[in-house]
Write a protein that binds this ligand. Sequence first.
Ligand SMILES: [Zn+2]
Length: 65
Amino acid sequence: MTHDMEQTMACINCGRSEDELPLMAWRAARRSFWICPDCLPLLIHRRDEVMPRWDLSAHSPQDSG
Ligand SMILES: [Zn+2]
């Protein structure tokens, strides 16, 4: 039996694992990621800001400036 555990279950923002606190699985831009309750408000309130930072934007970020 082969386990595909290449993707570590850790919060995409703070990097803490499910051993430390609960993690929720989300999907965006055809990717799945994990996020903890402490960082979930970021996704809710500052989504436009954090999604590019987490490389989850549907559209590629433009370098302007
Ligand atoms: Zn977190």
